[in-house]
Write a protein that binds this ligand. Structure first.
Ligand code: MN
Length: 160
């Protein structure tokens, strides 16, 4: 009888241990499959982002093309500060699951293939979802100032 009780407790412990292991495995797989399509670039070191994000500038502007194109990759939970673009911005989602929110609007959930046209001077933020990485190309108008950085996106705003 005593042995039976011990075996029951042990099975429960093994069961929970296996759940934890499965969760850990999911997270590892998620970051491994972060297919950024274009070069991932280097970790962003400034404080305009919360969490870990990477940037690779793919196209810089010249006389023929007054645009810039950057590849941005966010780890889960990472996001920009609130900001605006005087010349507007276009986001092309290439991988993962992310968020985009304009001030006063509800948060949009973005997936691979989604396109966001962010109008000039509209305050907004973008970043990864809670449990997935997120990659997008950011296309900017180089005839205007690229970005005006504002306040960080609080955890409360991020989760809303
Ligand atoms: Mn933006």
């Amino acid at each position: 009888m005593k042995n039976l009780k011990f075996i029951s407790i042990l099975s429960v412990l093994i069961f929970f241990a296996s759940i934890n292991k499965a969760n850990a495995q999911t997270e590892i797989n998620d970051s491994e499959k972060a297919d950024t399509l274009f070069e991932k670039g280097v970790k962003i070191a400034n404080d305009n982002f919360t969490g870990t994000a990477f940037l690779k500038m793919l196209v810089t502007n010249d006389d023929e093309n007054p645009i810039t194109i950057g590849n941005v990759t966010f780890e889960p939970g990472a996001r920009t500060k609130w900001h605006l673009h005087p010349g507007g911005q276009i986001l092309l989602v290439t991988d993962g699951v992310g968020y985009y929110q304009e001030k006063g609007q509800s948060k949009k959930i973005l997936h691979k293939g989604d396109v966001i046209k962010c109008p000039p001077n509209i305050e907004h933020w973008h970043g990864a979802s809670v449990d997935s990485h997120f990659s997008h190309l950011a296309i900017g108008n180089s005839d205007k100032e690229a970005v005006v950085w504002l306040l960080p996106v609080t955890d409360e705003e991020y989760r809303k």
